[in-house]
Design a protein around this ligand. Sequence first.
Ligand SMILES: [Zn+2]
Length: 444
Amino acid sequence: MKIYNSYTDQLEDFIPKHPGKVGMYVCGPTVYNFIHIGNARPVVFFDTVRRYFESKGFDVTYASNFTDVDDKIIQKAFEENIPELELSRFYIDAFLKDIASLNCKTDYIQPKVTEYMQHIIDYIQALIDKEYAYIIEGDVYFRVSKLKDYGALSNRDIDELISGSRVNVNELKENPLDFTLWKKTSEGINFDSQFSEGRPGWHTECVAMIDDIFGEEIDIHGGGTDLKFPHHENEIAQSKVIHNHRVAKYWMHNGRLSMKDVKMSKSIGNVILVKDFEYKMPLRYFLLSTHYRSPLNYSEESFLMYVKEFEKLENTYKSVFFKLDIEDAFDDNKEIQNEEILLTINDFNENMDNDFNTANAITALQALLKFVNQNIRKPNNLEILNEAYLALKYMMDILGLVVSISRIKKEDRAIYKEWQSARKSKDFSTADGLRKTLVEKGVL
Ligand SMILES: [Zn+2]
């Protein structure tokens, strides 16, 4: 299995730190608003990564945080005249509801900054003790110039960064690149510490939470490519000082989603909120149809194509499900033997093994759909259809695509059988009556 590691800019073999186990962390949202479809991209993608690992039998520990202390949260809570934590709790619930509607698993570790404050403060203190951080009038900064390979993830050179950075507003910092670990403030929700009353910086939050949850270098750290610098670079900088490792062995970054070639952003106002979006499963399908590292462009016209494609998937799935169900021919334990089906599964797995190439994996899924459609009407092929159904289910489970359909009732199946035998014996009036009943019951 290979993963493109953003840290080394190379496709590398995936070797977990502990055989059979995967520890992964994905930067989560700052909760002060509903998420838009661009925010959903990393959530859907990394949920798919988790699903694939789990399908291969890995024991996955998946964590993703909620930033529930932030200037934007304070600002919005002030505008709405409610406590910050009430606001953040509301948007945490909304987030979980939204991602569940896209069939993302929600049973992962969800650290919140407010619940990790002491750990974050201790982490900052440890950086001060090692002389990689300093306090100026209650604010704490990280001493970037002391770290030799700062910029390794985003391939930036410290000297270039310094000459390129604008003169900072805060003249008190030793260096304009030094980033905030703790900010002294009396505005909004704040916390007591040995530095001052204030709030932690975002870059320390993630790394301190990872430290507490995993206690070691993790396997995978994920997030949007926009987070590479400065957020992830700064996570790595702190971790190198405290633990002498780069937080994660593999860094994975997904490309951003644009709308008509413009970045989807709340400040521009070109957002489509997940909660208002009608096509939940087609959206998941659309988000996975492009390689995660490539930028993705949304437009109504192009999206319509994915709605239609998903509809085809839905119809094929339903038809094979129905055929097996009505004949009571499901066998979940059947070993897949058909060569053509095995080839599509192999193709699917190979693409997932190759840096989670969901785009090509979906092409394999489509080949399978074609196979099903070619075989659905052939006589005496229930075994093959059962194998195709199992393969379809396998791929869809990994991609997190669901088609809602329920099993036929026993009594309806009996009516269906009677109808079939009436047709066979050319008893057309009985057959017509039974057919009518089946249509009325919604079976046909
Ligand atoms: Zn983060």
